[in-house]
Ligand binder design. Sequence first.
Ligand code: HEM
Length: 129
Amino acid sequence: MSDDDSASLTLHALVGGDQFFVDLVDRFYDDIASDPLLGPMYPDDTAGPRRRLAGFLIQYWGGSTQYSDERGHPRLRMRHTPFRIDEAASDAWLARMRYSLAQVTVPPEAEEAVWEHFVRSAEFLRNSD
Ligand code: HEM
């Protein structure tokens, strides 16, 4: 593989494709109902949320565009306005994601990039003090 090839490898390819994102999101949503802060925000049936978050991440990191084919432009800030996202909610979301990331197998450089994106996004999605 030339340097050019490795420079253009997407993170989606680096982690081995869709399965990493599906596994990560499955860990994240397993047992979310028991989270006192986040649980009430999500529907009892998390099949839709799982599909949307995994699809969004697959697309963001260079995989298929199925998410936008189904949902259009992500417009994540707008889509999160129904939920009160203050510091506590943002911290709870990130803590749950940190724990989920620790449970899946992922190259360290990919884990770091994914984690930094979650931290930035969670900050960006804050809509309440
Ligand atoms: C900061 C704390 C956050 C809270 C409390 C939160 C909460 C929620 C809730 C309650 C939903 C609705 C579930 C659904 O119907 O899909 C949702 C959807 C979603 N969230 Fe978050 N979220 C947070 C952060 C994030 C972050 C950091 C990302 C991305 C990196 C993200 C990406 C998404 C996506 C892609 C959807 C589905 C959007 C759609 O309707 O197509 N969220 N979130």
